[in-house]
Design a protein around this ligand. Structure first.
Ligand SMILES: Nc1ncnc2c1ncn2[C@@H]1O[C@H](COP(=O)(O)OP(=O)(O)OP(=O)(O)O)[C@@H](O)[C@H]1O
Length: 353
């Protein structure tokens, strides 16, 4: 069962497919985050779901009802969606009550009052009906904006970078709160952002988009530990990419020879069958020691340079002609000899080009 089903979605602007055959589903109560660089098509996808943008082709089904296909195009106001967009700021000249009640449409005054009261209780701001947005903190305003989106109790809420106007600290606090509230309200959510840590913290599932296509769809942990492509590995966290020659490749794992006396084994198979191969390793997974530990994938290197970052130091280690980045708490000087190791399960195969 899914609450949102997008199938073969295409949107063309001026002859170019900015959404290029995108399909995904969102389960009831799930938070889907669409992540990707500016211009990858996130907003356009969300606008198609909301009905603000008309797709070129494809279909969109929400809660079992077809909202768009070749024969149907339900207008936004009849899709019963909650929307929280960056550009939908609160009206400064309306009270909290006025802001929330405005979106409720044609209801009796009593019903409106009840719904506003319920929505404010949900976000923990009961009793603020008569206040103006400017008398509330940034975080409280954000909660009012969510109350406004949720007041009609939509099953599905769409959020487009709703936290981007907040400062870093408040942003972090609000994203946790937002996730909690969406879960408490039992809403299905599609959230778009280009901030990877926001995506990680909020999502049950992440879709990574590039050039209007989905590069990977997976749980946050999987996206981080098993990025499917170089673009995903680069966007989420940082990584060193190593090229070598594959010497072994089986379902239980693979070995690539980096050509500097360092053979790296991976506990995952490589997608190529023979020849050149590429793997990625995360700096925080590259371990350093002054003496060898006897672990697999261990090699001697030399500290080329370092950046002290407080909780750890980022080292560039030269292993022959290969430079590997490591984040370590070890204190080493430039030029120091060091042993570098990376567990086979942390050697991530990249697709063959
Ligand atoms: N109305 C339009 N007319 C022409 N091109 C458009 C229109 N809307 C979007 N585009 C183009 O479609 C592409 C995708 O835009 P979209 O806004 O969906 O990207 P995005 O991933 O949300 O980016 P951002 O994070 O910057 O908002 C961009 O190249 C954009 O220039």
């Amino acid at each position: 069962m899914s609450n949102i089903k997008v199938t073969s979605l295409i949107k063309t602007f001026g002859g170019a497919n900015v959404i290029d055959d995108v399909s995904f589903t969102v389960a009831p109560g799930e938070i889907l985050v669409i992540l990707g660089a500016s211009g990858c098509g996130k907003t356009t996808t969300l606008r198609c779901i909301s009905g603000l943008e008309q797709p070129t082709s494809g279909s969109i089904v929400i809660d079992g009802k077809t909202m768009f296909d070749a024969n149907v195009n339900i207008p936004p106001e009849h899709r019963h969606l909650g929307m929280m967009f960056q550009s939908y700021a609160l009206w400064p000249h309306k009270t909290v009550y006025g802001n929330i009640a405005y979106g409720l449409g044609k209801l009796s005054d009593d019903e409106k009052r009840r719904k506003v009261r319920d929505a404010l209780a949900l976000v923990g701001l009961s009793g603020t009906e008569d206040r103006y947005p400017s008398t509330l903190s940034g975080g409280q305003q954000q909660r009012i904006a969510l109350a406004r989106s949720a007041a009609a109790r939509p099953k599905v809420i769409l959020l487009d970078e709703p936290l981007s106007n907040l400062d870093a600290k408040l942003r972090e606090q609000m994203r946790n709160e937002l996730r909690k509230l969406i879960k408490e309200l039992n809403m299905t959510a599609v959230y778009i952002t280009h901030d990877q840590s926001e995506a990680m913290a909020l999502a049950d599932k992440i879709i990574f988009m590039k050039n209007g296509k989905i590069e990977q769809e997976a749980a946050p942990r999987t996206i981080y530990a098993r990025p499917a492509t170089r673009a995903v590995a680069e966007f989420i966290g940082s990584a060193t990419f190593l090229n070598g020659t594959m010497t072994e490749n089986a379902a239980e794992g693979a070995t690539i020879d980096l050509g500097n006396g360092f053979k790296l084994s991976s506990s995952l198979p490589l997608s190529a069958s023979k020849g050149a191969a590429q793997v990625a390793i995360r700096p925080e997974r590259v371990k350093l020691s002054r003496a060898p530990t006897g672990s697999p994938n261990e090699v001697r290197g030399q500290v080329a340079n370092l950046i002290y970052l407080g909780e750890h130091t980022e080292y560039a280690i030269d292993v022959g002609p290969t430079r590997i980045v490591s984040r370590s708490q070890l204190e080493l000087e430039p030029g120091a000899n060091v042993f570098v190791r990376v567990a086979p399960e942390d050697v991530i195969p990249m697709p063959a080009n």
